[in-house]
Ligand binder design. Structure first.
Ligand SMILES: C[S@@+](CC[C@H](N)C(=O)[O-])C[C@H]1O[C@@H](n2cnc3c(N)ncnc32)[C@H](O)[C@@H]1O
Length: 150
């Protein structure tokens, strides 16, 4: 399998307050296949899933931050934080230009991203549809869109 990698840039993707291990595991596998450099969790300690048949843990690292502030202070240099949310301030993915270096942040399965976090994001993006998608599906779609527009 050919892994897609940016030649001039990188991205990471992660979930804040994720509740279900399988969503993180699914996102990890997709992230590796779609060329992410790393994934992360905020306020959720991930336990390894035997469903990870691609052994994504061998390929790209998972960083685990205890708090949003800890994560935010350690964002890579010159790297934008892109919040994925159905928010009135968000722009549609069809019009979104993916930054060369960025981190995509997904919210909790039940509550999404809170107002403090949304305010800290450089940009907010929403996906089509009247209802929210599964969090790992939303993550896969934004990565696919990045690849398509590259
Ligand atoms: C299941 S959703 C959260 C739903 C929650 N009940 C709410 O209304 O905020 C979990 C996460 O997936 C992402 N997500 C789901 N659907 C999305 C969409 N249409 N556009 C952007 N992000 C989406 C967001 O990051 C969201 O925080």
């Amino acid at each position: 399998m050919k892994v897609i990698r940016d030649k001039d840039g990188f991205f990471g993707i992660g979930i804040m307050h994720g509740k279900h291990e399988h969503n993180i595991g699914t996102l990890w596998r997709s992230a590796y296949i779609m060329g992410a450099s790393f994934i992360f969790t905020i306020d959720h300690k991930y336990k390894h899933q035997c469903s990870d048949v691609q052994h994504a843990w061998r390929k790209i690292p998972l960083f685990q931050y205890k708090t949003f502030d800890d994560f935010y202070e350690n964002l890579p240099y010159d790297c934008q934080l892109i919040g994925m949310e159905m928010d009135e301030k968000a722009e549609p993915i069809s019009e979104f230009n993916h930054p060369k270096r960025c981190v995509y942040l997904l919210g909790c399965e039940s509550n999404g991203l809170g107002p403090k976090v949304l305010d800290k994001c450089h940009k907010l993006v929403y996906l089509p549809g009247e209802h929210s998608l599964n969090v790992s599906v939303a993550g896969s779609i934004v990565m696919f869109d990045r690849i398509n527009k590259a």
